[in-house]
Design a binder for this molecule. Structure first.
Ligand code: SF4
Ligand code: SF4
Ligand code: SF4
Ligand code: FES
Length: 944
């Protein structure tokens, strides 16, 4: 019996207001108009056999197994393609239907290997189930006729295989690739008996357009497309519902387990963020959790020149507490601090910021969001009143015009990208603002109306120019602005926007985008019934990141595109819990729920609950910690799950700061780059071991449930709690649920949240309190959270990072689908087969003038440093712009990035660095040093 298969109602749900009454096998049934007979029957508990239908795909009607009889109609129509009608009387079981269905099955089985008992799908095969359901006992035709039993196996993909001998050509895989994933990688090649599934002309899966999302594998009703983990380990015995720990989409998964081993991750159909879909990372790249390099014992060392020494938890915690106390005695209370991680659960993050505030006695806590979306928090709070995106992902299905700014959803947020592409195929229009031609600009059945390929660093003038067109051409939603916004600020903003320097003609000069293109894109957005903006780090990681966030909010307010489905300003958050880590009070100036630490009432509530006095002064941000360390004033850090030595800008400066520490504590899964400078290593838990919650980009609080016990013996929140106690602060939780209870009690936007509530409802979007007991999918309905929407002037102040003759090119950076951030997890999986090296994309004309050949080693030099990497010549980037990813530490991409940062939040300006590129014959000095240090510390990642 299959223990993990999710229910399948055969055809997709229909969203219709009208209902239809009919009778199926004598039972009265009422369903939404447009529902298929197959689905109506299954909803009533009547299982009509089926093979080519599944409820994630449109009905196809090819297998003829789901036949029914309908009173008053001739023949036996397929129930999957027949919509219900009022008064229909349907028979699903009769002698005639049984014979027809048996005949169909007989044909399938006569051309199918008879290896059920040894087949890896045994017990989870719909063909096997249907053979049983229709009572097939033998095959009259024998098995000697022409067949497909010698079709080979394509095992090229590292995670799944295709065994052509088992294929029944039902097209579910092809349709899943088209409809669910939107990649259109598969086709049915040939006709009739010759028909077969093909991943490309003469190509195997690995070389094809396939992006390994696994939707086809999930859709396949036979063992044709099958996970290799199932082939190797067998069928799962139980399942645990949890949340992906990679990106901010926050996909829900069933972790499927055999014994104590995960054998498959299946996207959960009722997951509100992903609706049963996934990408290659969440579905397949979880093997890092049991990678041989994972550290499972605490380790300490007196000096970073010493080898690590494995010790007990007690010794590691006592050592850390003693050092921290000693540092504070010598250098003062504010000489230590901590960094929380967006990889960790809310509960784990909350206790670390509490450790800093209550046990360290200062507010020197910051989070890795500092280097990604801190401008989002600031900009949206100032204008709209809440530091978060405005919509659920599903809202995109109501958008008419979608604007993607500085984000690459198909690589960074793939499951949401598939949903967005579905809406674009339905007819929504797309505008892309990006220096680089991202995949969405033109891909299978998708073409952007406008791609404004602006120069890096010119977002703010571009958004001003778009607003200029909206205002000067009378496209402002006057009634909306009058009713919902602060009109004084609107008037001031309007005057600023209408200045000549904000005209498309003037902005064309600085951005490189023709004025007419800017005008056309602005009109398209301005005239849209529902215009939705989605943006990423290409907006925030700039010296004017916060200005740009406010510029987008201004534009959305001016056009009335906030406060309902289909519109909004939506950050595509990078990491799984970056929203949550910010919500939990990880910033030095804010307690949980973004409430100022300087506010006596706010602080008072926490002081009363925690039984300590909290410092009224905001503490250090991450860059301030590094600066203070270099100045000799900051000597100890507790870093939870973040590799600052690799991920933060200006690596040389970061390394200098880390080298000056008297006690650096790293809590992580692996010895990362930062651990090279550490004195204490506290092994962390993978998402498969965590009990808690993550919050995704749409403010959705999802449960993370433990699939196995912590492999290093301790929950992460418990490690932090024990350190707090060793420092003299009596932290005393007995479970992660208790921590959430405290968060809910002290945070107005979380008041109604608890583990038991989430277990009951699945997930919920904050605010979730007495005003919104079931959460808040769309923000700012009726009124903005801050009251009147505030327009803020967004004058353009160019970055100080400029090109000149020495550094004539602009470097910008981004992610790719198969790797994740610094690669600590994905580089320890077979995902390396797709990308095991960061490349430098350079335009053919720039390559030619420098004598650079494709694949050649080149030096990339900025004012801060130089590295080498291999060149990839492509017109995806425009002349004057080069691009790289930053997934491999040995690349050292951040050796060249600068210390410039957002004026409001100190978010680093990763996206604009003036550089020069030249052919190179050897690696850079930094890279030589990197390798030497890695060897000295026995610290080389073994990739699979
Ligand atoms: S591979 Fe599976 S889903 Fe695709 S056509 Fe064959 S049996 Fe159907
Ligand atoms: S894995 Fe995804 S992208 Fe690849 S063929 Fe299957 S559905 Fe298409
Ligand atoms: S889209 Fe993001 S959350 Fe979903 S499976 Fe992929 S990495 Fe995980
Ligand atoms: S399930 Fe209806 S025709 Fe295949």
């Amino acid at each position: 019996m299959n223990r993990t298969r999710q229910p399948d109602l055969g055809t997709p749900a229909v969203n219709a207001a009208d209902s239809v009454d009919l009778e199926i096998d004598g039972h009265a049934v009422t369903v939404a108009a447009g529902t298929s007979v197959l689905r109506a029957a299954r909803m009533a508990g009547i299982d009509i056999p089926k093979l080519c239908a599944t409820d994630s795909l449109k009905a196809f009607g090819s297998c003829r197994l789901c036949l029914v009889e309908i009173e008053g109609r001739k023949g036996t129509p397929a129930s999957c393609t027949t919509p219900v009608e009022d008064g229909m009387r349907i028979t699903t079981q009769s002698g005639k239907l049984a014979t027809l269905r048996r005949n169909v099955m007989e044909l399938y089985i006569s051309d199918h290997p008879l290896d059920c008992l040894t087949c890896s799908a045994n017990g989870d095969c719909e063909l096997q189930d249907m053979a049983g359901a229709v009572g097939l006992r033998d095959v009259r035709y024998g098995f000697d006729g022409e067949n497909h039993l010698d079709e080979g196996v394509d095992a090229s993909n590292p995670y799944f295989q295709f065994d052509g001998s088992k294929c029944i050509v039902c097209s579910r895989c092809v349709r899943a690739c088209d409809e669910v994933q939107g990649t259109f990688a598969l086709t049915i090649e040939g006709r009739g008996f010759q028909s077969k599934v093909s991943a490309g002309i003469g190509e195997d899966f690995l070389d094809s357009e396939c992006v390994s999302c696994g939707a086809c594998v999930q859709a396949c009703p036979t063992a044709t497309l099958m996970e290799k983990s199932i082939v190797e380990h067998g069928q799962p015995e139980r399942k645990v519902l949890t949340t992906c720990a990679y990106c901010g989409v926050g996909c829900s998964f069933q972790a499927e387990i055999k014994g104590d081993q995960v054998v498959r991750m299946t996207p959960y159909k009722d997951g509100q963020a992903n609706h049963g879909h996934s990408c290659v990372k969440g579905r397949f790249a979880w093997g890092y959790a049991s990678h041989r390099e994972r550290v499972l014992s605490p380790m300490i060392r007196e000096s970073t020149d010493d080898p690590w020494r494995e010790v007990s938890w007690e010794e590691a915690i006592a050592f850390t507490a003693l050092r921290f106390k000693d540092i504070q005695q010598k250098h003062g209370r504010k000489s230590i601090g901590g960094i929380t991680s967006s990889r960790c659960t809310n509960e784990e993050v909350y206790v670390v910021q509490k450790l800093v505030r209550a046990a360290f006695g200062n507010n020197n806590v910051d989070t890795c969001a500092r280097v990604c979306h801190s401008p989002t928090g600031y900009g949206l709070k100032q204008t709209l009143g809440t530091s978060a995106g405005t919509q659920p992902f599903d809202s995109v299905m109501d958008a008419d015009v979608i604007v993607v700014i500085g984000a690459n959803p198909t690589e960074g947020h793939p499951v949401f990208a598939s949903q967005m592409k579905r809406r674009l195929r339905e007819g929504a229009k797309l505008i892309v603002l990006d220096p680089r031609r991202i995949g969405l600009v033109r891909s299978a059945r998708i073409e952007a109306e406008h791609h404004l390929a602006l120069l890096p660093g010119t977002n703010v003038p571009m958004i001003n120019a778009i607003a200029h067109v909206i205002v000067s051409e009378g496209l402002v939603a006057e009634d909306y602005v009058r009713e919902r916004c602060d009109t004084e600020s609107f008037d001031a903003w309007k005057a600023m926007i209408l200045k000549p320097e904000n005209s498309p003609e003037a902005v064309a000069e600085v951005s490189g985008v023709p004025a007419e293109d800017i005008r056309a894109a602005a009109r398209l957005y301005g005239e849209a019934e529902n215009g939705a903006i989605y943006y990423g780090l290409g907006v925030t990681e700039h010296s004017q990141g916060s200005t740009m966030v406010m510029g987008m909010a201004n534009l959305a307010m001016a056009t009335g595109n906030l406060g309902r489905s289909g519109v909004g300003v939506n950050p595509l958050r990078g990491q799984n819990n970056v929203q949550g880590s910010c919500d939990m009070g990880s910033f030095p100036h804010e307690l949980a729920g973004y409430r100022p630490v300087q506010d006596d009432d706010v602080r008072g509530a926490f002081e009363q609950h925690w039984g300590v006095t909290i410092d009224a002064e905001p503490g250090f941000r991450i860059p301030n910690m590094f600066d203070a360390a270099c100045a000799g004033e900051f000597k100890g850090m507790y870093i939870q799950g973040e590799d600052v030595a690799q991920s933060d800008p200006n690596t040389t400066h970061v390394e200098e700061a880390l080298s000056s520490m008297e006690c650096l504590v790293v809590q992580d899964l692996f010895l990362n780059e930062t651990a090279k400078f550490a004195h204490v290593f506290l092994p962390g838990t993978s998402f498969l071991e965590k009990d808690g919650t993550f919050i995704n980009a749409e403010r959705r609080i999802n449960r993370v449930r433990p699939v196995m016990k912590p492999q290093q013996g301790k929950d992460e929140w418990l490690i932090t709690q024990e350190l707090a106690r060793a420092l003299g602060y009596p932290m005393d939780y007995s479970s992660a649920a208790e921590i959430m209870d405290e968060i809910a009690e002290l945070t107005p936007t979380f008041n109604n949240v608890s583990f038991s509530f989430l277990d009951e409802v699945g997930s919920v979007q904050w605010p979730c309190n007495d005003d919104a007991p079931m959460g808040t999918p769309v923000m700012h309905i009726g009124a903005f959270v801050r009251g009147k929407g505030l327009f803020i002037e967004t004058d353009y102040v160019p970055t100080e990072e400029r090109t000149n003759r020495r550094f004539p090119l602009l470097l910008t950076t981004g992610r790719i689908l198969t790797q994740y951030n610094v690669g600590a997890q994905t580089r320890r999986t077979p995902n390396n087969v797709w990308h095991n090296e960061d490349m430098l994309e350079i335009h053919p004309s720039d390559a030619e003038t420098r004598g650079v050949r494709d694949g050649q080693l080149v030096s990339l030099t900025s004012r801060k440093g130089d590295i080498t990497l291999r060149a990839q010549i492509t017109d995806r980037v425009q002349p004057g712009v080069v691009y790289t990813t930053f997934h491999n530490p040995e690349t050292g991409a951040n050796v060249v990035t600068t210390e410039y940062s957002d004026w409001a939040t100190t978010c680093p300006e990763y996206k604009v660095t003036a550089v020069q590129v030249a052919p190179a014959s050897r690696r850079s000095t930094w890279q030589d040093g990197f390798e030497a240090r890695a060897k000295r510390q026995g610290h080389v990642i073994e990739t699979d």
